[in-house]
Design a protein around this ligand. Sequence first.
Ligand code: FAD
Length: 404
Amino acid sequence: MRFVVVGGGVAGVCCAEELCRLRPQDEVTLVSASRVLKGVSVVARLSRNLEELALVERRLDELPYSNLRLVQDVAAGIDTEGQALLLGGGGRLPYDKLCICAGARPKELPPSVFHASGEQPAGGVPTQQAPQAQQADRDAELAALRQRVLTIRDTDSVARLAARLRRSRRVVVVGNGGIALELISGLKGADVTWVMKHAHIGDAYFDLDAAQFLLEELQHQRRVAAAAAAAAADGGLRVNRQMQSSDPAIYAAGDSASCQWAADESRHWFQMRLWSQARAMGVYAAHCMAGVQDQTGSDMAFELFTHVTRFLGKKVVLLGLYNGQRLGGEAEQDVVTYSRIDEEPEGRSFVRVLLLRGRVQGAVLIGETDLDETLENLIMDQLDVGSYGPHLLDPDVELDHVFD
Ligand SMILES: Cc1cc2nc3c(=O)[nH]c(=O)nc-3n(C[C@H](O)[C@H](O)[C@H](O)COP(=O)(O)OP(=O)(O)OC[C@H]3O[C@@H](n4cnc5c(N)ncnc54)[C@H](O)[C@@H]3O)c2cc1C
């Protein structure tokens, strides 16, 4: 069997390594544009499902598999009938099973949003026809404007941004995900405007209460202005519960996969483009490609959404359907949230739980709360704790006793 994996990021490396381990007699080819590969290391294990991860760079010669071959090239196309990957350098790589782990691209601002001075926005009526010389000036102005817009995706693009920030007095950050949140908290010394389409910060992670808690933390450090803007769609390769695309010989994992699975296929899990998910998908795709997924139980990684990160220096743990993801169709009175803020000498902490008909579906924990594992178990076990009402989060309530 010939396995080919495209992409030297977390998903691709995990997928290729797992295939080498599972199928030492088969050839595994990893196609990567760069010799420097990415992986993750576990910084801290907080519970059965919760791990704090860090991104690490790995060299090909660190991967100890004799059946692994690295092709340093760009995948330029796929001949699906002939089952071959077409390489930018002109070669063809035949495969029996192919996994696409080519990551994602940042959403760039479309050319139509750039306007030279005195120009009408798209759809407006120009007041006069610009003469050729004036047009050339405008083209130059537009090109200069476009150069001022940077997107970040990888180490190189972050280095470019850091170099430009050293010379910048005013910075506009567009977007409201985890990257924007981290960038804003790290920007020092510049006048920052934060542009988002949502009513509160960190909409992808937090509801209004948690966002308010973090915004207060942030406002200690800087003043932030918010305004309104637009967004775009997913664009990934749609895969089924076995990471297979509509072509059964082609799989996808990591950021390039789009997992729009039904709720009964992954009850408390949903896709968010993260290192942990890239790793889990890479490994699971390898198991599916090798046909061993039923024996390994690696699809357990898709039962509960977990993410551990740090915002504003505080540990943030996100569990399950913490923001009511997928619960939009439930009756309003069946969904309740309880939250608590603790002021401890070592810092403030915040907990919010979300319950559906008395059963915990998700939680947000900010700071040191000591509740990670208990809430994880409550979500996995789906015990009815509705009788506690808002007292569920009282410090005096011994939640561990619920399991006895
Ligand atoms: C600025 C930034 C900060 C982030 N911070 C965090 C964080 O703190 N925590 C977290 O969990 N997640 C974070 N993420 C998200 C995380 O980086 C991604 O979810 C994860 O890296 C996805 O892994 P992947 O292997 O799917 O894709 P990638 O890591 O993007 O790897 C894709 C690889 O494929 C290669 N490739 C692409 N096209 C081709 C081609 N045609 N031929 C050959 N190779 C190709 C690329 O060069 C790249 O090496 C962050 C993302 C960004 C952009």
